[in-house]
Design a protein around this ligand. Sequence first.
Ligand SMILES: [Zn+2]
Length: 370
Amino acid sequence: MSDFTSVGHDDNTAVMHIFRSVSHRDHHVLELDGGRLVDSWESPDRADIVDAACDAAGFASTTVETRLVFDRALAEQVHDPDYVAFLEGAHRRWVDEGNDTPCAMAFGWPARRFRDVVPKTLEAQLGYYSFAADCSISANTWEAITGSASAAIAAADHISNTGVSTEAAPVAFARCRPPGHHASRDQFGGYCYLNNSALAAQRLRNNGAGRVAVVDVDYHHGNGTQDVFYHRFDVLHASIHGDPAEEFPYFLGYADETGEQAGEGCNRNVPLARGTEATDWFDALDSTLTWASSGGDNGPPPDALVVPLGLDTYVDDPISHFRLRSEHYLELGQRLAEVGLPTVLVLEGGYATEALGTNVVNVLTGYSGG
Ligand SMILES: [Zn+2]
């Protein structure tokens, strides 16, 4: 459990508390986009803009100290321990091998009919442990991703610690950067390295939640979170996203992926076409929240909710194609609050930086009854 104390209140309105790290600022990497190596869309400005907007709106926040909060054992419950060690050491190895470019990046991947074997060299392991060239590793990436993970862990601990003493279901917002929902058990990609939302869900389980539902509202499929929990009964996963036939991550996120083995019936994908309007999107949200809060296709209802919160469903997002407007994020917050479960909101994507602060604040305000 964490060192964080609960935030007391005596009415039935949810009190939003924000957890964030500052170690993200030096994580600014390159991505391959349109045939060019460019600065990543996933920029430090995103988090700074969200922080400024949340502060201006008066939300309480805690800046986490990674050395106190990051939990290696938890990370190794969610991810392959060898993958975690790879992330930690990759940039040091990149420098030691004489590379004078700022970011370690893969150029070859184990595609169809290749062998699933762990290679020895760094350049080969970069391909083995990733799935996309939109994502690279800089000198400060490990500090940023462990800080981001710590925000999610602290938020999960906060709602665990607050749960027993308040009338309203506790809620926290983990302002994570870099995001996490594309990171699978052993692959980075889509700007994601450690899966912050999966870490929050696993932490809630470790803290005593019998079952946890993850409902991903980012524009892109939560392929990483699906991968982590695909065979498990204790964590439901649902995602509403751009159809993978035309949108990243392209190779996962179809409606017929329903979970396997113990996880059969515990995964739900709702792919939607480019240009989907808010009315249809909210219909998908409502049916997905009903599915998740009732326990998926089978089993008891969950005790807690984790929401990978992407704001790239916004109409003017530069890399996405749904049509939600700023006022719709108030409604999103209200719908999530109506579920009535202890909830961790985890920041994922959202690249229209000029509107990102407003849109995040609207979700938090809508959730808080504003
Ligand atoms: Zn996204």
